[in-house]
Design a protein around this ligand. Structure first.
Ligand code: 5RP
Length: 261
């Protein structure tokens, strides 16, 4: 791996822990103005000091994020569908490598839909994106998107994450599931987990703790942070688990004290 690629990766995954708290706010690329992200600049401003990286689209980056903020950017470069369609797998690449470089992206993110109607296109798009990334020293984060009908179990997620790594992704984002150790064990590159739909803060902390305990290299969490009534406290509590080695119970105690409960 060349210097540029390693340097970008170490900006995302803290070198001393090998872990990452990534804040995901890219939901609008197919969901439109997601709850909590109507004005993304205002939502993320108090959170960025606690994030190791920020995952978003170029539109929100250019319009809502101060270029003076020193946060590594994980740029969403796949899309082309919306929630109005039944088949969300019909994605293509939506950003040129030149524009990603112009935006100083630390990584490029795209979704793959293993088992979906457009499985092949999303996988070959991943391979092409990895070639572009390798040409310029930019890592690729593959998101294992899950279609409505697909099980989020260790067998399926193990298959999807391994394929992502085999095709060249340097980081894989997936969902936590029972038997997650098997998913991590079968994937030769770091895995971060999505938070999924908003759940109670206590449960979301347990999710983060269970994932890192099972070998995840961190989180790429969105709704369970920015849809919380206490987003700044929530991201700090997650950070305590991922980067400071606290248990979910310890982080929960800190969270409650910090919101005055
Ligand atoms: C959508 C994404 C989102 O970034 C991802 O789902 C993370 O957000 P959340 O924690 O809200 O699930 O990649 O495809």
């Amino acid at each position: 791996m060349d210097w540029g690629m390693r340097n970008r990766l170490s900006g995302i995954m803290r070198p001393d822990t090998g872990r990452c708290v990534m804040l995901a706010i890219d939901h609008g690329y197919f969901q439109g103005p997601t709850t909590g992200l109507e004005r993304p600049g205002e939502t993320v401003a108090p959170l960025l000091d606690h994030a190791d990286a920020l995952m978003l689209t170029r539109g929100v980056l250019r319009s809502a994020i101060d270029p003076g903020r020193r946060v590594p950017i994980v740029l969403r470069v796949s899309g082309g569908t919306s929630i109005l369609k039944d088949d969300l797998s019909d994605e293509d690449l939506t950003v040129s490598i030149e524009d990603a470089i112009r935006l100083n992206a630390s990584a490029l993110a795209l979704s793959i839909f293993v088992g979906g109607p457009h499985e092949k296109e999303t996988l070959t798009n991943l391979a092409r994106l990895c070639d572009d990334g390798l040409r310029y020293g930019i890592p690729v984060l593959a998101v294992t998107a899950v279609g409505k009908e697909m099980a989020r179990d260790a067998r399926y997620l193990g298959l999807a994450t391994r394929i992502a790594a085999e095709l060249g992704a340097q980081i894989v984002k997936t969902y936590f599931c029972e038997g997650f150790e098997k998913v991590v064990g079968g994937c030769p590159v770091p895995i971060v987990i999505a938070g999924g739909k908003k759940i109670e803060e206590r449960e979301a902390l347990t999710l983060a703790y269970s994932a890192v305990s099972a070998g995840a290299s961190g989180v790429d969490m969105g709704r369970n942070i920015f849809q919380s009534k206490w987003p700044a406290q929530m991201i700090q509590a997650v950070r305590r688990i991922v980067q400071d080695g606290q248990t979910d119970a310890e982080a929960w105690e800190w969270f409650q004290a910090s919101i005055g409960k």
